[in-house]
Ligand binder design. Sequence first.
Ligand SMILES: [Fe+2]
Ligand SMILES: [Fe+2]
Length: 188
Amino acid sequence: MNKKLKAFALAILFLALITGIMLGFTLGLTHPLPWIFIIVLAGITVLTKKMTESEFVTWKDEYSVGIESIDNDHKKLLSLINNLQTSSLYYTGEDFDKQALDELLEYTKFHFAREEKLMEDNGYPDFQAHRRQHKHMTDHVVKMVKEYQDDSEKTVEDLLNFLKDWLINHINGSDKEYSGFLREKGVK
Ligand SMILES: [Fe+2]
Ligand SMILES: [Fe+2]
């Protein structure tokens, strides 16, 4: 179901429940029907909020690689992913989608370049392998952004799943490997 249809279906459900509550109260305050509708309405509200919140990524201290500029980049990337998540969950318009995608792609490239320069300048032995991982990821994202032209909703959702998964694993894996080496060289 696309997001416009989902939002419309949810609005109809809320409207039906509110109407049910109002009509139910005409049967008297002691009648169980309006109270049942109120409980269902509250349940759906809480559930929708929880499901929506779980889609967003949050920074955790355990993601820190111990180098301030890199941690700040990673935090910024997570916030750009959340921007894109907002555009995927709500109808924010094509301009917002496009801007969120462009910003994320540009900042990812900027961040990778910063990491690669630090690694190269400090003679990190696995520099080439790490750079290949970055290139592979960037190529994949560029390809998905192109596919966005054909099926915007599907691609944004696929892209988000890929980014969340890739970025968290990369930060916690490969980035922590080079950051240990750089910290020993005195990079903060
Ligand atoms: Fe990184
Ligand atoms: Fe990296």
